[in-house]
Structures are given as structure tokens and as C-alpha cells.
Design a protein around this ligand. Sequence first.
Ligand SMILES: Cc1cc2nc3c(=O)[nH]c(=O)nc-3n(C[C@H](O)[C@H](O)[C@H](O)COP(=O)(O)OP(=O)(O)OC[C@H]3O[C@@H](n4cnc5c(N)ncnc54)[C@H](O)[C@@H]3O)c2cc1C
Length: 350
Amino acid sequence: MGGTRLESVPFVVVGAGPAGLQAATTLAQAGREVLVLERNAEIGPKVCAGGLSRKCVRFLERFGLPATLGRETVASLSVFGGPAFALDAEGARVRTIPRPALGQWQAQVAQAAGAVLRTRARVTAVDLPGRSLTINGREQISYEHLLGADGSLSVVRVALGLPCPRRLFAVEYNLAGVDAGALSVHSDPAALGNGYFWAFPHAGYTCFGCGGDRALIPPAAIRAYLARRLRKAGLRLEGARPEGFPIEVAYRGLDFGAVHLIGDAAGLASPLTGEGIYAALVSGEEVAQSLLEPGRRREALAAWLRRRWHHARIARLWRSRSAHLLSLALIRGLCRWRWGNRACTTLFLN
Ligand SMILES: Cc1cc2nc3c(=O)[nH]c(=O)nc-3n(C[C@H](O)[C@H](O)[C@H](O)COP(=O)(O)OP(=O)(O)OC[C@H]3O[C@@H](n4cnc5c(N)ncnc54)[C@H](O)[C@@H]3O)c2cc1C
């Protein structure tokens, strides 16, 4: 490739999303030299509704997440096109934080701990036997440990030769000046299969979106559905741009010798809800901790993997329309009781 070997760094993290910034913070707080490489000029922006479940907020509060960052509402659910009903008032509290704001706050925490962040640094090749990588097609860096935190289109995952089916796909519109009130999730099995439509209110705008399994509904149909649904609700889309992105949910492990995958690069998001920020944070922290202390148990990650296992089973069951309709009727019935509502909230959100 003709590049010059410029630098050797003990811990290199590819990608400054929630997973990469969390891993960098954990390593830097332990006094390790860590370099984060981010392809974009700005840290934070990502196609994402920015919904943080209660467990996710609690995680970030350990690092000083300001109470003023974002907006909190209680999630509600609509099935069969009926009016949305509120989920459990405590368990279904969701904080919406725009991804640029979340990324910039996390970057400050990582830098304060001593991590070095480089933007406009796209990793273009990974040489696994040589333990080195190429940045922007010309500069080479060698590493002792490499953390692939580069999301659903991960080059590190590709270099490891893992399958990348990217089965989920989601599209969103961020409509300025629209306030959807409470955060809501709407199932529509006839149009979206086991996917769903959402309205996530933020300060000053609402993120409307929908997503699903691309084997059941192709991305073009998801885009068309979203535009149709928003227009039908009387929302003006002129000047607004739909943004779509895949979500990798094929989990194949985290540790591959000197290379480790975290967050979406590892396929850790929920195959049912697409929630991935919590898994990104927890995997970033616990994979980094086990590099510092080999053999350390990854307890929060194990708990997430158990929850995720159930979500994967439900997503598979809901590929059958009749099973999906039956389950939704059951959920609607259960949610009429407080304990049932709490149980459903726990299953989907906690
Ligand atoms: C439409 C949509 C809505 C969503 N809404 C939610 C939600 O409300 N709540 C939730 O919990 N999850 C949501 N998700 C999922 C969530 O966005 C991801 O699970 C989460 O961002 C994963 O974090 P990550 O750090 O693993 O990856 P990412 O956030 O994708 O970060 C990866 C970073 O790596 C960088 N990068 C990529 N390739 C390279 C490279 N070659 N070199 C250098 N840098 C690179 C990227 O620029 C990016 O900054 C949503 C997803 C979509 C598509």
C-alpha cells in the first residue's frame, strides 16, 4: 500500500459512537493510552431516534449525564391502529437526546479522562495478522488491542470475515416545530410485519420513523409507508429529508484474539425493538474492563444478551402474521391490568 508506519498505540478504537466513546472512557480512566478514530468531521450525528430507556439513562448518570440534557416522557403503545395507551409510568420513562448532543457530551467525558479523539479519520483497511490499520487510505497505525465500534457498516467486522446480513432497516424524518406530545410506538402488522412506527418527541422537533425486517418489508416500502403515514396525519414533509440506516443484529461474539467488537459492530441491538444504545454502552464498558482485567465477568452484558435472546425469539415468532396478531391482542389485554402493563414494559424496555 506504500503507507508509512507512523504510530503504535496500545488501544485503538474505531468509531466514536456510544460504544467507542464508552470504551475509550473506561480505558482512559484506568490510565491506558487510547486513540479513537472517527470518520466524520463531527462526533455524534447518526440516523437514530435518540431514545434512551431508563436503564440507559441510569448507566450514563454514573458518568455525570446532566439532568437537563434531553427530554423525558412516558412511552405509550398503540396496537391495531387504536389510540395509544400509556405503558408503566416508571418503567416506560424514556429520555430523548439528539445524537449530536449525546455524542458531544460523551466525547467531553472521554477526553477529560485522557482519551485522544481524531475526526476525519476513516479506517479503510485492517491488517489482522500485522495488527495494523490504514486511515484514509494512506496512514498506518499499529495496535496491541483493536476495538471495532464502527456500527452496522463495520469495516472491522468485515475484516474478521463475519456475516453482515444487516437484517433490520429503519427510516426517520426529524420534523422541526412539531411536538408529538408523548413518545409512542405503533404496530401495523399488515404493512410493517414485525416492525413498528414511532413518534419520539425531542425539544423543538419530533423524530417520526419506522423500521422492520428487510426480509419482510424492503427499505423502499418502509420509506413509502412512512411518508404516506405522515402525510395522512397532516404533516408537511416539503423540505424534510428521510434518513435511513440498517441495524446489524447478527450477534457472533465479541472477542477475536486482539480484536474485539462492541455495539452495532457486534450485532448487539435488539432484533425486536432495534434498541441499541444501551447495548453499545454496556459492551463498550465491559469489554474494555475485561481487557484491563482478563477474566472479569461481564454481568450487565450477560443480562442484556439474555433479554436480547427473548427479543430474537419474539421477532422470529412475529414473522408469522397470525402469531403476531394473537400476541398483540394478548399484550393489549394484559396492559389493562397494572401488573400486566408492568410486565410488558419490562419485556420490551427494561
Ligand atoms: C432510524 C434508527 C433509529 C434508532 N433509534 C434508536 C433509539 O431510539 N434508541 C436506541 O437505543 N437505539 C436506536 N437505534 C439504534 C442505535 O442507533 C444504534 O444501536 C447505536 O447507535 C449503536 O451505537 P454504536 O456506537 O455501536 O454505533 P454507531 O452509533 O453507529 O457509531 C459508529 C461510529 O463509527 C463511525 N465509523 C463507521 N465506520 C468507520 C470507519 N471505517 N472509520 C472510522 N469511523 C467509522 C461512525 O461514523 C460512527 O460515529 C436506531 C437506529 C436507527 C437506524
